[in-house]
Design a protein around this ligand. Structure first.
Ligand SMILES: [Zn+2]
Length: 166
């Protein structure tokens, strides 16, 4: 089931801890990391149940100003087999990836088609997840068909996500 505009996403904090551990490990090699959050509908809402880490490639590109640009992409194999990793009734509802610095959606992030259903969510975690992941310090975007990935304000983030302890 696809989310509707008023769906809330329940997510256990341990999934953020798992993501953080992975992003820190990638960050120690100066690489961004990317992962997907799978879940299933519960009534009108979505419960995110699992962090899935696809096979990925860390891309480092020298920039004209001497810095190194980073991005991360799924391997071709990971792309084509992505949905094989879903159980019946599950869907990848959100992607989450890390940046070396500030959290924002780059052009590459906008163009990324790993998930593309209406209402898909994208979380960008700053500073290779140096701090525990707190969505209010992340950049969070929602895909609105016809309008692209739109940033959510803090109020919207708190409406959309319900972080739980279990
Ligand atoms: Zn990015």
């Amino acid at each position: 089931m696809l989310p509707n505009a008023t769906s809330s996403y329940f997510i256990a904090d341990r999934l953020f801890e798992e993501a953080r551990a992975f992003f820190q490990e990638r960050g120690s090699q100066d690489c961004e990391g990317t992962a997907l959050l799978a879940g299933r509908p519960v009534d009108e809402n979505i419960r995110l149940t699992r962090l899935f880490i696809p096979e990925q490639r860390c891309i480092k590109v020298p920039l004209p100003d001497g810095r190194i640009g980073l991005r991360v992409e799924l391997t071709e194999h990971a792309h084509y087999t992505l949905t094989d990793n879903l159980a019946p009734g599950e869907l990848f509802y959100a992607r989450i990836h890390s940046h070396p610095g500030n959290a924002f959606h780059s052009q590459t992030d906008d163009d990324n088609g790993v998930i593309s259903h209406r209402g898909a969510l994208s979380i960008v975690v700053p500073y290779f997840a140096a701090e525990p992941i707190d969505l209010r310090r992340c950049a969070v975007y929602r895909l609105e068909h016809g309008r692209g990935w739109l940033p959510l304000g803090t109020d919207q983030i708190e409406q959309v996500f319900r972080v739980t302890d279990e």
